[in-house]
Design a protein around this ligand. Sequence first.
Ligand code: S3P
Length: 419
Amino acid sequence: MRGEIRVPGDKSISHRALLFGALAEGETVITGFLDSEDTHATAGCLRAMGVTIDDGDPVRVHGVGLHGLRAPTDTLWTGNSGTTTRLLMGILAGQPFTATLAGDASLGRRPMDRVAVPLRQMGAEVTGQGPRCTPPVTVHGGALHGIAYASPVASAQVKSAVLLAGLYAEGTTSVTEPQKSRDHTERMLRGFGIDVAEDGLTVRVQGGGTLRGGAVAVPGDISAAAFFLVAAAIVPGAEVTVRGVGVNPTRAGILDVLRAMGADLTLSNAREQTGEPVADLTVRHGALHGTEIGGGLIPRLIDELPVLAVAAACAQGTTVIRDARELRVKESDRIATVSRFLRDMGAEVEEHEDGMTIHGGHPLHGAVVESDGDHRIAMSAAVAALVAGATEIRGADAIATSFPTFTALLRGLGARVEG
Ligand code: S3P
């Protein structure tokens, strides 16, 4: 495992560039856009509401303005993408029409009440399935009024949905989180000319502004880089540099944890790209030791916990992950899926309601792993396989959700990947 790579564009930022570009006046030109099933779902929904998006590099979005979306004639298909569904719910709340969002089986299990509750308080009518308002969800948009919402979860999807609805609402809309979640929405809205005020854990927008399209250069996705950073840390003799990775502090918790585990990690060429910090990251193999991951660190690395659990299984000593109940409502129940595949590979893992304890240092061996349709489980298992030996990953096609070039990059660094 030696070499230099670039990973695809950040998924969160790519979704937002499409959505905000669509709501803007003028054209938005996106370079480094993530070409994947999730981001295609967002593009497809926007096209179904009359937005013209030219594929390619760059991607061009022809903005229709805040009030230019048209009623879709069909159900909007959001595939596996929670970000598409929740951010669109916020936008749909402010539209003078009704639309229904639906996706795959995994999406059909994900709670949308966390977004429906504040949107209803703002004046929208939102209906879903069962007590947790799972998809399909129907949003009857209407005249909204601003609210001061204290979110019970640290979730950028909730925060973004409420702020987007706030652009359509009368007066001020604010969201206060229990902990800081990723702030890409705040940064990009500012880039599009919206005044976003921040005061500690509270973010505020005023209704009635105008978004202005422009150039968005999407940084490499740290959540994609994570697989290679951990791979380099655990494979003997490895050294991998990932260039141009977004290192926004609200996303870069994995770097803190790898350092705390004793990884040989260097950050170089730090710079800024369309309001987001970017750097090159190099990891060399070295001994890792266990650590504790919890509290305000969790939202800063929530998507990286599956692959960090792999690092923990390869470390000496115990790693405890706490306060990560959110993992249970991701693309799969990631506490269950990670614990299961690591145990199947020979690791010693205790499952908790809000996390897991991993007793590292037991040698891993190859196994048959079920991804449960979860892209990050499939990729985390592939990283574990680099030290465990031949592993069959079932449902690996889910990788295309966020990272269609993953196996090609892995092969390029010397791994043998079949299928
Ligand atoms: C995302 C926010 C996070 C993250 C997801 C992408 C976003 O979800 O897990 O992959 O783009 O806003 P939550 O908002 O549910 O924490």
